[in-house]
Ligand binder design. Sequence first.
Ligand SMILES: Nc1nc2c(c(=O)[nH]1)N[C@H]1C(S)=C(S)[C@@H](COP(=O)(O)O)O[C@H]1N2
Ligand SMILES: [Mo]
Length: 407
Amino acid sequence: MTAPTRREFAAVAAASACAATAAADPPAPPPTRPFLTPAGEFRDVSRGSPVPHTLRGPAQVAARLTPETWRLELTADPAIEEPHTKQPASIARPLTTAAGTALDLTALLDLGKAHQVHFLKAMQCLNIDTPLGQGLWTGVPLREVLKLAGRMNNVRRVYFYGFHNNDPKQRFQSSVDYTHAMETPPGELPAFLAYRLNGEPIPPERGGPVRMVVPWSYGFKSIKWLQQISVTNNPRNTDTYAEGNNDPEAVLKSAAFSDRVPEKLPADRPLTIRGVVMCGPSGVRRVEFWVRRVEPDSPALADDAPELLRAPWAECPLDPQPDWGSVFPVGVRPQDVLGFDRTTGRPREWPLRYSVAPFTATVRGLAAGRYEFRARAVDLNGFAQPEPRPLQKTGKNGILVRRFEVG
Ligand SMILES: Nc1nc2c(c(=O)[nH]1)N[C@H]1C(S)=C(S)[C@@H](COP(=O)(O)O)O[C@H]1N2
Ligand SMILES: [Mo]
């Protein structure tokens, strides 16, 4: 899928409008993106008919998608599978609407008073070639919610899903294994139930009132309109995305994503091309770029073409870190955000894991002609994008090609 995002459209339109109205002036460089994407400007990936976030009024109330009506059920999956799985999962205190024990938003926010976490995460779809948006997400770790159920037995995975019109065929489901849910290693981010995005309640389009956020994974694990958690002794991953030939345990790949560029650029001044680099668990050593001269009939270059592998890739600087005090919403101090140092209020590593950081390439001295721009990330293991996982169904990290003409 290559349809431009709303912001990319705006940037390209602004640049070409400027060129058309003032021929003597260079096209304005695309505006620098805000570090946090406003909730309404994320690219939306929502299944369903009708899509749950379009429900209004009584339909929204009936779906329990308002803050007052929202409930979370936490139950044990009774399934067994002879001969190997003889005992079903069990929990001491199920939370169900039938028994009046389901968790409501007030109770979840109360849990947040003791256990709330904030962190930056860029949402990325495994099947779309650029990240969807980056947010400051606030909520309660999944492990704290699971503890409410008391003693558990025979639990190997945690399945979860959101509202989907009570039509099982429309259910969009995901999961994590028990260990990932409960044992967050130091410095790692927990899977959590988010109730705020950029300091505001999560709007329906982004999965509010409550959304699961699984920091290390692609978007399909971050279930919107969360309403059901079911612990299971089924050892299998039954994620909806597995049905689409995706690796349902893929973790985010480190990858650079360059922005679209205007089709025509001036010859007499440096060109500025921006983008963002996603930081997966393998980190980002550097971002590099390469500009290739092409003719109208030049064949496309594969990501592993010898010409590309031997090309003179140049280091592309990351932008300076933003002024954190002004990036975060009122009431969120940088030192309280996971991944930030408790005393200095600065990120402990940069780029921050599971978030995107902007980069800017400056290209000088291009003669009139046609070109392709590419940027790629090199991770801390020395792998240059798309290695070590060129298989795109394990993580979207193809090298984006931006074509333009100079002069
Ligand atoms: N309930 C539900 N959750 C969902 C989806 C969905 O269709 N239904 N889509 C998933 C996919 S595939 C992605 S990539 C992200 C997209 O998040 P966004 O729409 O907030 O950008 O949500 C995920 N969560
Ligand atoms: Mo997705």
